[in-house]
Write a protein that binds this ligand. Structure first.
Ligand code: SME
Length: 162
């Protein structure tokens, strides 16, 4: 496992993902512990993109419970169907929210958060959690983030099943 990531923030978002993805694969290689891998994925994404908050919520019963993350302290539990995270879980789909104030029922863990992307972690056809990313800037996420973050999740879940 490489000890340091090579981070270049002066290129396009797409190029940043293309540089980071193989490094995340390397970081997770040979490690099957899911919590450890989620923690390193959150840290790698935070280091590359300097997002306000990035982390995981995990399905436990009828709730999402806070998992490994990077950023300020956050809400611990979110019910299925509630907020952006609970809606992504219920609808089993990625949600890109350009302005969190326009999302009915958005859960404001931090007032600084202005836009958000949430992606479900689907393993064996079952949602086991979500990846949540928050930005302090409006309209910060788009289809590029959706495309590459889905690949990050795929790397994470593949590693988990090894
Ligand atoms: N805003 C999220 C809650 C989680 S925090 O952003 C870390 C939501 O509406 O589900």
């Amino acid at each position: 496992m490489a000890e340091d990531l090579i981070i270049n923030q002066s290129v396009s978002k797409e190029a940043q993902y293309q540089s980071l993805l193989p490094q995340i694969e390397g970081l997770l290689h040979g490690e099957s512990d899911f919590v450890a891998n989620m923690a390193n994925v959150a840290a790698a994404l935070k280091e590359q993109f300097q997002w306000f908050w990035v982390g995981f919520y995990l399905v436990k019963g009828d709730e999402l419970v806070l998992g490994p993350f990077q950023g300020p302290v956050a809400c611990t539990r979110i019910k299925k169907g509630k907020g952006v995270c609970g809606t992504s879980w219920a609808q089993r789909t990625t949600l890109v929210v350009p302005d969190v104030d326009d999302f009915p029922g958005h859960i404001a863990c931090a007032s600084a958060s202005k836009s958000e992307i949430v992606l479900p972690l689907i393993n064996d056809n079952e949602v086991i959690g979500v990846l949540d990313v928050d930005s302090e800037f409006l309209d910060h996420f788009n289809d590029t983030d959706k495309l590459y973050l889905e690949q990050v999740i795929s790397i994470l879940l593949n590693q988990n099943s090894k």
